[in-house]
Design a protein around this ligand. Structure first.
Ligand code: ADP
Ligand code: ADP
Length: 227
């Protein structure tokens, strides 16, 4: 079980205390797509960093499969990031001098001719692009490579920070569809942070943040299918 219990994060700025998150509580389900929505400054990045083991909360508990991540030391956190978390951002972060296949293989510490790298790219519909370099791919294709790369680590949790931030609407929907499928077919907890409210209908669970607090939590018993 993955669960946030009254997570708060405060920053001391001069003699002022800034509240980035206050009493955030919600469960995160494996095999489901959770969408975190909120305007700029609502605490989305702070929350994602805590979930990804990049940052610790000031108060509250973050429980991951029976372990209290809140109490992890740096060594345990590094281990957690490497073994548990996959990360996708709007910037793809592909190595320009490597092909799609090599970008995935290297991340998973596989050799380029290991068929598993190919399988992950096939999963995101890129079987025809294995030997393309990033400069020979569209934004949507590069994002799919970065999703394949994240999946090759077999993460228990896939964190996506504005994954469609640099993409047009049609391509964005394709990416959301892939993320829906990833959640459904692997047992991964997929978490998408976005400020785009039109994606709401595609998530299993939608958490709205405002001013560092949970404004609402909604569950879609049957999320809309894309395409
Ligand atoms: P979002 O990702 O939704 O834009 P953030 O998590 O980046 O929101 O920020 C939430 C709040 O916390 C904002 O008011 C922001 O200014 C503040 N904040 C975030 N990081 C820091 C920091 N390192 N120091 C001080 N304040 C911060
Ligand atoms: P490594 O030591 O293997 O290079 P890190 O310990 O730096 O990796 O990061 C581990 C994982 O955390 C990687 O999959 C990386 O993509 C992911 N990650 C990077 N940035 C963030 C972030 N802001 N929030 C959550 N996870 C992140």
């Amino acid at each position: 079980m993955i669960k946030l219990e009254k997570i708060s994060k405060f920053y001391q700025v001069g003699d002022e205390q800034v509240t980035a998150l206050q009493d955030i509580s919600f469960p995160i389900e494996k095999g489901k797509l959770t969408i975190i929505l909120g305007p700029s400054g609502s605490g989305k990045s702070t929350l994602l960093n805590i979930l990804g083991g990049m940052d610790q909360s000031t108060a509250g508990k973050f429980l991951f499969e029976g372990e209290n991540v809140t109490q992890f030391d740096d060594h345990q956190l590094t281990d957690y990031r490497r073994k548990v978390v996959g990360f996708v951002s709007q910037f793809y972060n592909l190595v320009p001098s490597l092909t799609a296949l090599e970008n995935v293989a290297i991340a998973a510490r596989l050799t380029a001719n290991d068929h598993r790298a190919e399988e992950y790219l096939a999963k995101v519909g890129l079987k025809q692009r294995l030997n393309n370099f990033p400069s020979q791919m569209s934004g949507g294709e590069m994002q799919r490579v970065s999703i394949a790369r994240a999946l090759s680590k077999k993460p228990e949790m896939l964190l996506c920070d504005e994954p469609t931030g640099a993409l047009d609407t049609k391509t964005s929907l394709r990416i959301m569809k892939i993320l829906q499928e990833v959640a459904k077919t692997s047992k991964t907890a997929v978490i998408v942070v976005t400020h785009n409210p039109s994606f709401e209908r595609y998530g299993d669970c939608i958490v709205r943040l405002r001013d560092g607090r949970v404004e609402s939590i909604k569950r879609n018993p049957v999320p809309s299918e894309i395409g």
